[in-house]
Ligand binder design. Structure first.
Ligand SMILES: [Mg+2]
Length: 270
């Protein structure tokens, strides 16, 4: 039933792996973590059009964990927003695709990289849509590190107070960040209770279960009159056993041997 999502996620993971190998760097753990979330959004949920990426009534997807942006680039290429050949220029001088996400690429709403920028901008978009009485969705994907940022919590307070129920935050919550376990750096727990106290409706799902993701994303807002948060419990580096749940694969290049072994594992299926 979710063959289309599994196929897209697999293609995205293989693309990301090749991009990091050829680009000689990148945030592979963060990319693989988000692949299933992106596959469900782009195959089943978002009202977007590859032939007309700027159409006025499109849903807005902001990818605030911009360091993992190759996962969004790969998804957009697979969905036809731009030629797949561009993926081979990732992280290269004069390439089409930068190391962090860039709005100069068709289908990308906003450039991010430094954490804590996506949700504040998503708040502005949600407010503007409310004022203009538009019904498109505004969805922001954040990460553990993103939710350490003060600007993210300012946005959480703002959206809760103003009841922007056209806004959804999806957290790619793999409980790891650049330098270690989130609980050892800035512990977000009890995460759902904190968000609820700030006026959000919250649900938690397995971030690699396509059915659970589609159920959660199809049901927005979770409650009328409140912004929604979907905490997706994910595995950093999902799909490649060497990378899974190991923060040391947050950033860096990969050798040819690692590339070939990881590719074979992903091709076998997950
Ligand atoms: Mg993380």
């Amino acid at each position: 039933m979710f063959k289309d999502c599994a196929e897209l996620a697999k293609a995205v993971r293989l693309n990301c792996l090749r991009m990091v190998y050829r680009g000689e760097s990148g945030h592979i753990g963060s990319m693989l973590s988000a692949a299933d979330i992106l596959a469900v959004l782009y195959n089943r949920i978002l009202n977007v059009d590859a032939a007309n990426p700027d159409k006025a009534d499109r849903d807005r997807l902001l990818f605030s964990k911009g360091h993992g942006g190759a996962a969004l680039f790969a998804t957009l290429a697979e969905k036809g927003f731009f030629p797949k050949e561009w993926l081979d220029t990732y992280y290269k001088d004069a390439g089409k695709l930068s190391g962090h996400i860039s709005h100069h690429v068709p289908g990308v709403e906003f450039s991010t990289g430094s954490l804590g920028h996506g949700l504040p901008v998503a708040c502005g978009m949600a407010m503007a849509a409310k004022q203009a009485k538009k019904s498109h969705k505004i969805i922001c994907i954040t990460s553990d590190g993103d939710c350490n940022e003060g600007s993210t919590w300012e946005a959480i307070m703002l959206a809760g107070q103003h009841a922007w129920d056209n806004l959804t935050m999806i957290v790619d919550y793999n409980r790891l960040q650049a330098l270690g376990r989130s609980q050892d750096i800035i512990d977000l727990e009890p995460f759902d209770r904190k968000l609820k106290e700030f006026g959000w409706e919250v649900t938690t799902v397995d971030g690699h279960d396509y059915a659970a993701l589609e159920r959660a994303f199809s049901n927005l807002p979770l409650v009328k009159g409140k912004p929604s948060c979907i905490i997706c419990r994910t595995v950093k580096g999902k799909g490649v056993s060497l990378f899974e749940n190991d923060y040391r694969w947050h950033y860096g290049g990969i050798t040819e041997e690692i590339y070939e072994n990881a590719k074979a594992e992903l091709e076998k299926g997950i």
